[in-house]
Design a protein around this ligand. Structure first.
Ligand code: SAM
Length: 280
């Protein structure tokens, strides 16, 4: 890492922008570990989201990978274009830039220190796309714990199930406030996601699977038959549970495969027995 972000920002007459979740990595050892985890190497296609001042970007480029990056902040994008012209940089919102502009074709890895405010929304967008095979992403530690949580734990919830249906998440690196500038108030963690060859949706549409899982977790203390009764009639919910995972179960007890079985047994929206109430 060449210069401390404080100095670069001073030179650019800019401050770290909170609304863009700007906490720049200042720990060179952590930067190396993150890039090593991404397995970036010569010719490998790598997407970085939010390159910022280029801490990860420089280390990724040094591996000889074919790097593209998407940065929302216009000033930082302009700065990076000047400093690192070898990166294909798209200035825009990672939630809106088309996938083909962001990462054309197949066989991509993603390596990013994500802005905390939109990290799970960006993950949700990437994880459903098979073109992203390996993802190494930084989150707030509490979110990383939810993503990798196992059944029967407090952190296990709808986010864990939906993401684990697509990939195996593993917390690989833990970081503290002093590893960033400015220092965030929270701890952080880098999660490695290795994509499953086929998502564990048991043939269901993602929207239906998510509706079942979110519905189930919307009242985690209730048994599933009661939690789901707002969305399906009690008879339909009871039948689906009896024929798959059993009555009397609670959301946090089901592993991802069981959620797939239950979702496949529940009729999708528009069928008889489905209430048209939406779950947030
Ligand atoms: N990668 C740099 C590092 O590790 O030092 C910066 C990481 S900082 C946590 C997040 C970066 O994402 C910032 O550069 C910010 O401007 C950018 N960003 C924020 N929201 C974004 C979005 N929706 N799309 C693309 N980039 C975004």
């Amino acid at each position: 890492m060449s210069e401390h972000p404080r100095e670069t920002l001073k030179r650019l007459e800019q401050q770290a922008r909170k609304r863009f979740g700007q906490n720049f990595l200042v720990n060179p050892h952590a930067v190396k570990r993150i890039v090593r985890l991404s397995k970036a190497g010569p010719g490998q296609k790598v997407l970085e989201i939010g390159p910022g001042l280029g801490a990860l970007t420089r280390e990724l480029l040094a591996t000889g990978c074919d790097l593209r990056a998407v940065e929302l902040d216009r000033d930082l994008a302009a700065h990076l274009r000047e400093e690192l012209p070898e990166v294909t940089l798209v200035q825009g919102d990672a939630m809106k830039v088309t996938l083909d502009e962001m990462a054309p074709g197949d066989g991509w890895s993603v390596c990013a220190n994500l802005p905390y405010n939109v990290s799970t929304r960006i993950l949700r967008r990437l994880i459903v796309e098979p073109r992203f095979e390996r993802l190494v992403l930084m989150f707030q530690k509490e979110v990383a714990d939810r993503l990798s949580a196992r059944p029967q734990t407090k952190a296990y919830g709808s986010l864990s199930v939906v993401i684990q249906a697509y990939a195996h998440p593993r917390v690989a690196i833990k970081l503290g406030p002093k590893d960033f500038h400015p220092k965030p108030k929270i701890d952080s963690a880098v999660v490695l996601f290795e994509r499953r060859p086929v998502p564990l949706l048991n043939g269901c549409e993602l929207a239906h699977f998510e509706k079942v899982v979110r519905g189930g977790f919307s009242h985690r203390r209730k048994t599933l038959v009661n939690a789901l009764a707002g969305l399906w009639s009690k008879d339909v919910a009871r039948q689906a549970l009896e024929s798959t995972v059993g009555l009397g179960r609670r959301a946090e007890e089901l592993d991802v495969t069981s959620w797939g079985k239950l979702a496949a047994a529940l009729p999708p929206a528009g069928s008889p027995g489905v209430r048209e109430k939406m779950v947030r």
